[in-house]
Design a binder for this molecule. Structure first.
Ligand SMILES: Nc1ncnc2c1ncn2[C@@H]1O[C@H](COP(=O)(O)OP(=O)(O)OP(=O)(O)O)[C@@H](O)[C@H]1O
Ligand SMILES: [Mg+2]
Length: 153
């Protein structure tokens, strides 16, 4: 894991990942810097590594249980000692208004950490992001290589 850029002004950090292990380390690094409440939008195409990174963030926060993708349920909740993590994957959302049934505003508390995949599909029905993570393939030579950008807003 190699931090390649660090700009204080924009509070943005980029990390190069060359393997799954690197991404796990990046997730743990991001976890160590998080304070709640936080709403993080994770952007990147299918298979970019958003869920992988979220699993690593949860591991970094001390969660030891199983983490599965909430593709069908839209949201999974992970209660930790000092915060509650909500992992959302909105890929299958057909209409952002469906989020009204999840009463997300009730979940948005002082100790909440939202980690949201495909946030653009819930536009207008989500808390504003406090940070964004962008993850994308980074090399034609190495299929496992990714560039991960973490931006505090
Ligand atoms: N450096 C890497 N970082 C993250 N994932 C990697 C890396 N190299 C290979 N992979 C693989 O890429 C895949 C990423 O899948 P993941 O489910 O995390 O993507 P996603 O962005 O959540 O996709 P979706 O939009 O479909 O939810 C996994 O199969 C993982 O093993
Ligand atoms: Mg995913």
């Amino acid at each position: 894991m190699v931090p390649v850029r660090h700009s204080n002004k924009r509070m943005q950090k980029s990390f190069e990942s060359h393997s799954l292990t690197d991404t796990v380390e990046i997730g743990e690094t991001i976890a160590a810097q998080l304070t709640v409440p936080a709403c993080i939008y994770l952007e990147g195409g299918m298979g970019a590594g958003k869920t992988t990174l979220i699993k690593s963030i949860l591991a970094g926060l001390g969660y030891t249980g199983q983490v599965t993708s909430p593709t069908y349920n839209l949201i999974h909740e992970y209660p930790l000692a000092d915060k509650t993590v909500y992992h959302m994957d909105l890929y299958r959302l057909e209409d952002p208004e469906e989020l009204a049934y999840l009463a997300i505003e009730d979940l948005w508390q002082d100790d909440s950490l939202f980690l949201i995949e495909w946030p653009e599909r819930g536009a207008g029905w989500l808390p504003k992001p406090t940070a964004k993570v962008h993850i994308r393939p980074h090399s034609n030579q190495n299929a496992d290589s990714r560039l991960v950008t973490f931006e505090l807003l």
